[in-house]
Design a protein around this ligand. Structure first.
Ligand SMILES: [Zn+2]
Length: 427
């Protein structure tokens, strides 16, 4: 690709779709078959967040242990370093396959750029390769490592009090006061052993979040809780709060927070803030539908995998007889940013004020499904709308799975009269 083409594309992402620069870069790299993970320099992770197969990992860690050994390689023998790295979230084994630019000693705090991860004997490992840069930091850049009996490393110092709206992926040793809106128990397998996880939704005055509790804290619906020593991870594209045996959970008086009917309301949010936050649970956005994306209208799905068919063929299962579905994928812009809003069949039928069967009949008569898409486009593009639902975040930007939506019929005359009355009233 030429430089000017990339420039043009970048400009349309930034100015038309108004995504962040980071999202735009990642989307373009991905679209042209590259790996956006290679771009993610400057984003530091905690050890607990690491998964195998990451290509460019940045860490701030303490050397918990370090040793040297000779290994046999194709060209003879080679001296490598291996040991254990730690941060307040966990510890992890590491190997340095290339000579480093500085000596490492136990207790050193180092910043690592461009390391990579692999799975070794069922455990995630950090590797330092040719591209990896290691630099020394002041010892107080990271709390002292203290080994614990099990689980993650214990938190050092007092937890940081946060509101739900401020929870960000990677935060640890967090304290929140929230009301439990729902809780359910699931069985999961962790390292071969069955474990109960308690998950659901909790909320404060600023918003809602999903949670996972890895220990039985006796959680009950509608309790007002003070949770200290929690951490935040992204789950299915939305930050969620987690807590385990390092956390303390205290039940507070019921009047410590407004009732469930109040904290359970969907907060109105700006798309810019949702992008910065990395998604949100049950939020409300007001904006204008500026475009319909490809795949809106009458679509046919693969009966095997539910993927939307292109030219009667599934990407995986080839030519199949698809099941009809009706949906809208629209670009919703609120002036601060844009997201893709997905409306399911039920909502689309309501917007069209016709059933899917009627839409199919209409498409048959016109001998093209484009009529349905065109009708939706006429109906929706340039319309102000209020949409409520979960917003997820990934390399392509933000996506809202719309639960409820209403077209806002802006009554210009009424608004103007109200504005005048308000001005007269204040004069
Ligand atoms: Zn399929």
């Amino acid at each position: 690709m030429s430089e000017s083409e990339i420039e043009k594309e970048l400009s349309s992402y930034l100015n038309v779709y108004r995504v962040s620069l980071d999202t735009a870069k990642r989307s373009i790299v991905k679209k042209h078959g590259g790996n956006p993970a290679g771009l993610a320099v400057g984003i530091s992770k905690t050890i607990r967040e690491l998964v195998p197969g990451e290509q460019s990992v940045n860490l701030l860690v303490r050397i918990v242990a370090v040793n040297e050994k000779d290994v046999t390689v194709e060209s003879g023998t080679k001296r490598i370093l291996y040991g254990i790295l730690g941060d307040p979230s966990a510890t992890i084994p590491f190997t340095a396959w290339e000579p480093l630019n500085l000596p490492l000693a136990r207790g050193d705090v180092i910043r690592v750029q461009n390391a990579y991860t692999k799975e070794y004997r069922g455990q995630v490992q950090v590797n330092f390769g040719v591209r990896t840069v290691v630099s020394k930091e002041r010892p107080d850049a990271l709390p002292e490592y203290k080994p614990s009996a099990g689980g993650g490393m214990p938190y050092v110092g007092k937890p940081t009090a946060m509101k739900v709206v401020d929870l960000r992926e990677g935060a640890s040793n967090v304290a929140v006061t929230a009301r439990l809106l729902s809780v359910e128990t699931r069985e999961v397998e962790v390292e071969g052993a069955k474990k109960s996880v308690y998950s659901g939704i909790l909320a404060d005055e600023t918003g809602k979040t999903q949670f996972s509790a890895w220990k039985d804290f006796g959680l009950a619906e509608d309790d007002v809780l003070r949770i200290e020593g929690a951490y935040v991870k992204a789950w299915r594209g939305i930050p969620q709060i987690s807590f385990d045996d390092r956390a303390t959970v205290t039940k507070l008086k019921d009047d410590a927070l407004p009732p469930a009917s109040k904290v359970g309301e969907s907060p109105r949010m700006w798309i810019e803030d949702l992008a910065e936050r990395g998604g949100g649970v049950d939020v409300t956005v007001r904006g204008i539908l500026i475009d319909l994306r490809e795949g809106s209208g009458l679509v046919y799905r693969c009966p095997e995998c539910n993927r939307v068919l292109r030219k009667n063929a599934c990407r995986i299962h080839g030519e199949v007889k698809g099941n009809a579905d009706l949906r809208v994928k629209a670009v919703l812009d609120d002036g601060s940013g844009a997201l893709t809003a997905v409306f399911n069949r039920e909502l689309t039928e309501a917007l069209l004020d016709k059933t899917m069967e009627a839409a199919i009949a209409q498409a048959k008569e016109a001998m093209s499904a484009d009529v349905v898409r065109d009708e939706l486009s006429d109906l929706l593009v340039a319309q102000p709308i209020e949409a409520r639902g979960n917003v997820t975040s990934d390399d392509y930007g933000l996506m809202m799975i719309v639960d409820t939506a209403k077209l806002l019929r802006v009554d210009v005359q009424t608004e103007a009269r109200e504005m005048l009355e308000a001005m007269e009233g204040s004069a």
